[in-house]
Ligand binder design. Structure first.
Ligand SMILES: [Zn+2]
Length: 305
């Protein structure tokens, strides 16, 4: 097709209007297409005499070594960088484009809405959760200002020996074993958290091994230490003032400092020590029955508790 014909046949795509949205409840089939192609295509249609048309639609970079789709349409596009790599086009637009341009891979996303108004996105090929997760983490590690980095916080109790703590610090410094899930450790339900990546050795090297009693938090570089403590308050039911965090043995004390200034990066492991509040009544000291028995009232016995 000539440039003018293409422009007429796919005018909405050319003008970047009426794009498929995964947020609403209209069922549809959309196709993923490389953003490089679209950029060049739009340039060409805009100035057909000055610009060369794209050769072909190259979608291979959108697939992982397992030949699966490496972007999850359920994810925030900024978080996984999808908006930098691809666009979704309507199926009829894909058909129009592929009349003119050869292509390597067809990637579709089918959105359906079940009777209970549950939205379902099915991609073809499937989303590779491992590669998708690995890419998000790697992305976060390479941008100084990250928005969705994963950090780990391990609670150190009195029962932990100094050796344990040293071990934890060594783990966080080298973490050569890669990320894995402890099958006994109950991770919070999080459907967006895919599993580990087993394939890419260089990616594994920076991955942290999550252990029992450890939580992972999703944080941004501009959040403060206080923000982290507020998240930890939910995980460990401990007030921020009773939380003492260290990074590589260095105490983190300035609650107003941002994570970036504290040197906390995606993959960092913080150790958490918790103060027992002063004058707290331990469980052993409490009477077995919560309600004092009538007979003790006024005898002075309660005063000792
Ligand atoms: Zn993969």
């Amino acid at each position: 097709m000539l440039a003018s014909e293409q422009r007429a046949a796919a005018s909405q795509l050319y003008l970047d209007r009426n794009r498929p949205s995964f947020d609403n409840d209209d069922p549809f089939v959309a196709c993923a297409i490389s953003k490089d192609f679209l950029d060049q295509w739009r340039q060409f249609l805009r100035y057909p005499t000055r610009n060369v048309p794209p050769n072909s639609i190259v979608n291979a970079p959108l697939l992982c070594p397992h030949e699966k789709f490496v972007f999850n349409p359920e994810c925030d596009e900024e978080m996984d960088g999808a908006n930098e790599e691809l666009c979704y086009v309507w199926q009829h637009e894909w058909n129009t484009l592929t009349q003119t341009y050869p292509y390597d891979h067809v990637i579709t996303v089918t959105k359906s809405v079940t009777e209970g108004d549950v939205r379902e996105l099915v991609t073809s090929p499937d989303v590779c959760t491992e590669c998708c997760y690995a890419r998000i983490q790697e992305r976060a590690q390479h941008v100084e200002n990250y928005r969705y980095g994963t950090i780990y916080v391990r609670k150190i109790t009195k029962d932990h020996s100094e050796k344990d703590i040293e071990q934890a610090l060594n783990d966080s410094a080298s973490s050569k074993d890669g990320y894995s899930f402890d099958p006994d450790f109950q991770t919070p339900p999080d459907s967006k958290k895919p599993k580990l990546n087993r394939d890419s050795r260089n990616r594994r090297s920076s991955r942290h091994r999550k252990q029992r009693g450890e939580v992972s938090l999703t944080v941004g570089s501009t959040e403060t230490l206080r923000d982290v403590k507020l998240q930890l308050m939910k995980s460990f039911s401990v007030m921020p003032m009773d939380q003492h965090l260290t990074l590589n043995g260095v105490p983190l004390s300035n609650n107003d400092a941002t994570l970036i200034t504290l040197g906390i990066k995606p993959g960092s492991l913080l150790l958490l020590q918790i103060d027992e509040p002063q004058g707290a009544i331990s469980q052993d000291a409490l009477p077995v029955s919560n309600a004092p028995e009538e007979g003790f009232k006024g005898t002075g016995l309660l005063g000792h508790l």
